[in-house]
Design a protein around this ligand. Structure first.
Ligand SMILES: Cc1ncc(COP(=O)(O)O)c(C=O)c1O
Length: 433
């Protein structure tokens, strides 16, 4: 291996990727993997798109980088306009950053800055859900609730108020009842102390593609609005077409105060995240918001984002995500619907979760020590396919699920092959049914 092993590796004996095209990643040894996970549910338009490489190269040749406090660029301005046309935020103002965690840090700080600017200095508390995932930097990690990631760092964390996870499989509460629980929490803390409520439209990396009841998002939006609490939709995984609509909250007609995005926004061609503020939030803070990163508003990242949007629109990939995603779930349900260890096949658009349990009738999870999720992921890799692990799918602590989230552009043939391999992998790990 070049470099003599000095890379701080994130895995052991990893295959070495040499090229990638569409939904296929090829190693230096010529082995082909189907990218069922789209990396980390990030690849939206598929790999190897020449038009994105060309846009990136043209922008780097024209203006590689300028600092956003010294210059703006046509690239960043144009991309913001394109995002504003699709994001469900009124009077959208787009703050480009380098990833989902940075986007959420930006949103949390914007919420605080908004209240400060309005003279509400006590409003600093963030409310988030059990089993949430909002990122790995300190502020975003505190909003997150995944034991495996928080463990050890708890002395730095603990400022977030928690409301229950929304998980229809295990919890019969309606969306309105969940919204009442949110209202109770805000009222207990004191609305005059609460800055924002942050949640994923469809729970992704921790719980594994859990879709809330249809009445959930409108009801929580109402609760927040009535109490002057800003609503942050974390669309890092669900944004830019992943769920078969432009943004996850579009399924329920909600327009949050802040929307964050990442992953599919650049499809992985550039480390890109976005925090989108509403017009009123922007107007309140624009003169006082002391925040930014060296790489924010990057002209090349913006050119990539625009080229990715061009492909999504030209190839109707949002619709493809809806249609092919439904086909994926239909086949998985047909084949695994009665499997004694499959609790549920769920999801929306090109985001599908399969949850495994020790006992389907009681929903008793496997002990974490059995590593069922890890074994299914390994069995998929043995069958030359990636899936995304969810190792705490019940409540951020225990539970096993995998996400199947290939590029939105995946062909029906590749999607079928992914489903075949996943079913085979599951049957090899768990008792066949
Ligand atoms: C909903 C959500 N928010 C935030 C993040 C963090 O994004 P990043 O890993 O780009 O920092 C993720 C990543 O999985 C995510 O799924």
């Amino acid at each position: 291996m070049p470099g003599d092993g000095h890379l701080f590796a994130r895995g052991v004996d990893l295959p070495v990727a040499a090229s990638a095209s569409g939904s296929v990643i090829t190693t230096v040894d010529g082995v082909e993997y189907l990218d069922g996970a789209g990396g980390a549910i990030a690849s939206s338009i598929g790999h190897g798109r020449r038009e994105v490489v060309d846009a990136m190269s043209a922008q780097a040749a024209a203006v590689d980088y300028v600092h956003a406090t010294q210059f703006t660029t046509e690239s960043a301005e144009r991309f913001a306009g394109r995002v504003a046309a699709v994001v469900p935020v009124d009077g959208a103002r787009v703050f480009p950053v380098s990833g989902g965690s940075e986007a959420n840090e930006t949103a949390l700080k914007l919420a605080r800055a908004f209240h400060l600017a309005n003279g509400d200095a006590d409003r600093h508390v963030i409310v988030a859900r059990v089993g949430a995932y909002h990122g790995n930097s300190r502020g975003a990690l505190d909003a997150s609730d995944r034991l495996g990631l928080r463990a050890g760092y708890e002395p730095w964390l603990g400022q977030t108020e928690r409301v229950p996870a929304v998980n229809p499989l295990r919890d019969g509460r309606s969306g309105v009842e969940h919204a009442e629980a949110l209202a109770e929490t805000i009222d207990r803390v004191g609305a005059e102390r609460v800055a924002a409520f942050i949640a994923e439209p469809v729970s992704g990396a921790t719980l594994g593609a859990v879709v809330p009841p249809d009445d959930y998002w409108p009801a929580v939006a109402r609760v927040c609005h009535e109490r002057g609490v800003l609503l942050i939709a974390d669309e890092v995984m669900t944004g830019f077409g992943r769920t078969g609509r432009w943004f996850g909250v579009d399924h329920w007609g909600v327009r949050p105060d802040l929307v964050t995005a990442g992953k599919g926004a650049s499809s992985g061609y550039w480390p890109l995240g976005l925090c989108v503020a509403s017009g009123p939030v922007y107007e309140a803070v624009v003169d006082v918001f002391a925040h930014g990163f060296t790489w924010s508003h990057h002209p090349v990242g913006s050119a990539v984002g625009e080229a990715v949007l061009d492909v999504i629109e030209a190839e109707s990939l949002v619709d493809n995500a809806a249609v092919v995603g439904d086909q994926i779930r239909a086949r998985l349900r047909e084949e695994l619907g009665t499997h004694p260890n499959v609790a549920e096949v769920r999801g929306l658009g090109m985001l599908t979760g399969v949850e495994f349990v020790a006992d389907r009738s009681t929903l008793e999870p496997f002990p974490r020590s059995e590593g069922v999720c890890e074994r299914v992921v390994r069995a998929c890799l043995d069958r030359r396919m990636t899936v995304y692990p969810c190792t705490s799918a019940v409540d951020g602590r225990v539970g096993d699920a995998v996400l199947l989230g290939p590029p939105l552009s995946v062909s029906v043939a590749d999607a079928d092959a992914m489903v075949d391999r996943l079913i085979d992998a599951i049957r090899s790990v768990l008792s066949p049914a």
